[in-house]
Design a protein around this ligand. Sequence first.
Ligand code: PLP
Ligand code: COI
Length: 348
Amino acid sequence: MDAILAKKPLKWAELGFQYIKADFRYSAVFQKGNWLPGNLISEENLNIHEGAPSLHYAQQCFEGMKAQTTQDGRVVLFRPTLNSERMNRTASRLLMPEVPQDLFIKAVEEAVRANYAWIPPHGSGAALYVRPMLIGVGENLGLKPAQAFEFRVFVSPVGPYYKSSGLAAISLAVSEFDRAAPQGTGSYKAGANYAGGLLATLKAQELGASEALYLDSASHRFIDEAGSANIVILLKSGELITPSSNAILPSITRRSVLEIAAEQFGIKTEERAIDLRIEFDSFAEMSACGTAAVLSPVGRVYFDSEWHIVNGDGYSVGPVMQKLYDSLIQLQRGEVEDKFGWLHEVEI
Ligand code: PLP
Ligand code: COI
């Protein structure tokens, strides 16, 4: 479908992270061992069986990425093949069929292209969030995999994920609940991981925090991740560290930030276990990172019944996170040369 080129009259700079109904979404169905030809549809509601395993047993997963308008008017995605690989890793874990990478990319491209009018303009600070999802549909009652699946990609223009706009520091509160067991599904993008986190997020917000921070569920000592983002920490020694854990989502943003830090700024990086209480005083800067979160500096962390300031005043943004953030978003918005080859252009 050709893109409709006139933009929607939205206040792009004022958008938060909310669903806004765009005109089209892509849908493909897997039945009897095969993917049937998919297509763009305008209906946003799904019509699925009341016994569908995605509804009862959470046999479903999703992905998240952003499409951005570059300075010269192109539309680009950021490393979408990594989202495709991650969705297939999750699908296999949940006994769902893999979505072939060419179908995944075609669906994302078609959904973005058809909704060109909803892609925020360059410089607005907003982006088009792309949400691919794979769900078990069809009639079922016992605990067994679905017989049929729907792969759907919808989009929504979004602004910043956290309420503090721009690059202002957020705060995290250590959760009393565990997010994921060591050999559980924490490293997969399964919706079930998030349902259990809703109460943790609410409790964190009641404490005045932006979001929950999870420690490893075996010892409650080591940092795992935040509810919707991974964690990166700059030590006072100048090293950039991030938790090694098999219970966290392997974030594409984190991987990219670490590569930018090492390659562009010569910062030493390490993925290792991080003992929150023992190491906190050696933190110089801390951030939450993810597609929605981008790179959000963390100013304060609540644990052991009190707030702890991450260096500084607890509100401002440290110089290293600032330069990593700038480099990341300039790259994602096509404002600098794509030295890493991470941008994927969507022909409009
Ligand atoms: N961790 C969790 C729990 C997430 O939901 C996300 C978001 O996708 C991330 C980390 C960040 O991953 P990515 O950078 O690939 O978006
Ligand atoms: C993303 O960053 O894409 C996510 O999926 C996180 C989600 C909780 C909004």
